[in-house]
Ligand binder design. Sequence first.
Ligand code: ATP
Length: 293
Amino acid sequence: MEQVLVLINPKSGVGGPHRYITAVQETWDDPWHDVYFQFSQSAEDGIEKVHRAVERGVNTVLVVGGDGMVNTIGSELVGTDVRFGVLPAGSGNGFARHFKTPLQPGPATKALLNGHTEKIDVGKVNDRLFFVTCSMAWDAALVETFEKYPFRGIVPYVLAGAQQLLEYRAQPFHVEIDSEQLELKHPLIFTIANLTQFGSDVIVAPDAKADDGNLELVAIETKDMPLVLAQVHRFIEKTFHQHHLVTNRNFKTMTVRRENDTPIQIDGELYQTEGDVHIQVLPSALNVIIPSL
Ligand SMILES: Nc1ncnc2c1ncn2[C@@H]1O[C@H](COP(=O)(O)OP(=O)(O)OP(=O)(O)O)[C@@H](O)[C@H]1O
């Protein structure tokens, strides 16, 4: 009998958690699965609950939440054989969208039930893990503005980006990427992608693969703000990485040296870091249920 914990972030999801509970009951509650539900009241509470579940021998953890939840709970499961599935209930859902998980609770639970398990890579930035993206320039600064908007989605994301573009002061990055040195005098975008998108189908690295043992750098260095604004549509069209000013690299390890320790975006949340930033890939580190329609 497969032991399945469904861990729900009560802050996520339009219309509350009941739609997800009903959907799981209608699909996963069968003779092969022993399903139980818990609420994750905070990141700490969720981590504690998953830790205890792993100690009790849980086989599968399904989270109901967005990329913040993926990050906190996924981090606890890295290095275990526990299967990790995501029922998208966030606003951006970059992780779930990468794997083409349906966004409605019913189809999403069915797609996970029919899915198969694969080990995927995970990124590490200093002592934190990331699963989707991590950013360090204007693409990080805009998150602070975005978080002040009372509503979520692509519109406030673009508005926050435009507002931050006027205020953002770039600083030089000295980058060691595998055995190569890069000097970026005026980086505006500096994103490391494990998966393809930031969320909301804003695609930064369309060629990023979850299981290739690499991370992908997508960076643009320019002082020409209007040029960047005029290219924003390319994130939706999946062609941003092809622009001639964009630097793309697949890599395994990277060190970034900066003068100012500005906050870093990790799976949609901002974190303060100090000193040099070390990034590396942890290949095949998380056992994920890949949905099947
Ligand atoms: N394990 C957790 N349990 C409860 N709350 C969490 C957990 N992890 C993160 N949070 C917090 O819950 C809030 C909502 O996060 P969540 O990732 O579920 O949705 P979201 O931010 O809308 O998603 P997305 O990042 O996909 O847009 C955030 O403030 C986040 O810090």
